[in-house]
Ligand binder design. Structure first.
Ligand SMILES: [Zn+2]
Length: 394
């Protein structure tokens, strides 16, 4: 880490001019060029913070896009670009500021949550990822209520608009500072302090004052490796996520003709009503099966029933019901219409598989099953099915 790097000197700098020191086709990333500049505002991926994006522009060659930025083992910062730039000439660089500021807001928000959890519970942040949302893994368990308490305190730190301080303490001074760190650090250590909330060794970019974070919102929490994994977002990104979720909740509550605040109890009532209806339908269906069975003679060689709109499970239940009521040695339940039928054939005394196979052959069907029950589809007319079934099982 170099203190003289422009992204460290001023996290708010968006544009710069610098000479190209090196430019070569990349061997690591196909189709890109590796560009090194004398100094840069582009932050290289590190400390959990993604790299900046933006453009580099030369008077001779026009603008190229910066796709990625990485720090090499020798410490230099490499810009991966979609075009070459003339070595020795000046280029004008411009970072995607909206993207950078969003990362600064989210990174700073994460510091405050992790710092407060550390203060109150002593847990470490053992995993950190900035993707669509910010994911942090904490080394110990929390309840959602405890996390919400932390979130309230964190937003209080935001309202206070405290300055976020960056320091490079000398080694002997560093020993006395109770800072959080992910690993053993060598060389110059950069300490990021949010007064009253966090002290952490970090190489990322942060906002100057906590008020710029705007809002800190924890979105979810789950148990993870003896601790918890938290998803969170800060700043405008948090606002967009909350907007999206609120739109969804508003649409749902409008469907239920209640206010968003009443959506949860309203949905619970709909679910309870739906359960009662399902039970009623199941009872009625049972009565209907009984009526169908009662209209048929008992103990026939073959009992067949055609229905128009049963699903496979209902068709199977109808067949089982006919067997229970002893309507036929072999019972056939068929549902569907036209030339498209779903069938279930069952018996308590006969192996129905050979007959089922023969019916499949004659009726353009497919399917199979166990000796006591086979199921599948027929593509034939109702009359053809009845006739063939009578011939085989009747
Ligand atoms: Zn940081």
């Amino acid at each position: 880490m170099e203190m003289s790097e422009w992204f460290y000197q001023d996290a708010y700098r968006r544009e710069f001019d610098a000479p190209v020191v090196e430019c070569a086709e990349s061997r690591q990333k196909q189709g890109t060029f590796e560009v090194v500049l004398e100094n840069t505002v582009f932050y290289p991926e590190g400390g959990g913070q993604p790299a900046d994006q933006g453009t580099l522009e030369s008077a001779e060659g026009g603008a190229v896009q910066v796709i990625d930025v990485q720090r090499r083992a020798d410490g230099s910062v490499v810009h991966y670009t979609d075009g070459a730039l003339p070595v020795g000439r000046m280029v004008h660089g411009r970072i995607d500021w909206a993207r950078r500021f969003d990362l600064m807001q989210n990174h700073s928000g994460e510091h405050i949550i992790s710092g407060l959890v550390h203060r109150h519970y002593g847990y470490e942040n053992v995993g950190y990822h900035m993707g669509e949302v910010i994911t942090i893994d904490l080394s110990g368990p929390l309840t959602w209520e405890e996390l919400m308490e932390i979130e309230r305190e964190a937003n209080g730190v935001v309202y206070d608009n405290r300055p976020i301080e960056i320091t490079y303490p000398a080694p002997e001074e560093l020993e006395r500072i109770p800072y959080r760190s992910k690993k053993e650090l060598a060389g110059t250590v950069r300490i990021v302090t949010v007064p009253g909330a966090d002290i952490c060794a970090c190489c990322g970019t942060h906002v100057a004052r906590t008020g710029e974070i705007g809002i800190i919102k924890c979105l979810s929490m789950m148990r993870y490796k003896g601790g918890v994994r938290i998803e969170m977002a800060s700043g405008e990104r948090a606002l967009r996520i909350l907007e999206r979720r609120m739109d969804s909740l508003t649409a749902l509550s409008r469907e239920m003709a209640v206010s968003p605040d009443e959506a949860e109890p309203a949905f619970a009532k709909i679910r309870a009503d739906s359960l009662v209806k399902s039970q009623k339908i199941a009872e009625r269906t049972q009565m209907y099966y009984a009526a169908r069975a009662a209209a048929m003679p008992e103990g026939a060689p073959l009992a067949s029933v055609f229905e128009e709109s049963l699903d496979p499970v209902e068709t199977r239940r109808l067949c089982e019901f006919l067997l229970e009521q002893n309507r036929g040695t072999v019972c056939l339940a068929v549902s569907g219409g036209e030339d498209n039928w779903y069938y279930v054939i069952g018996s308590r005394s006969v192996d129905v598989r050979p007959g089922g196979r023969e019916l499949n052959q004659r009726l353009n069907g497919r399917g199979g099953g166990k000796p006591e029950m086979v199921q599948g589809t027929f593509h034939a007319s109702r009359e053809e099915i009845l006739m063939a079934a009578e011939e085989i099982f009747g």
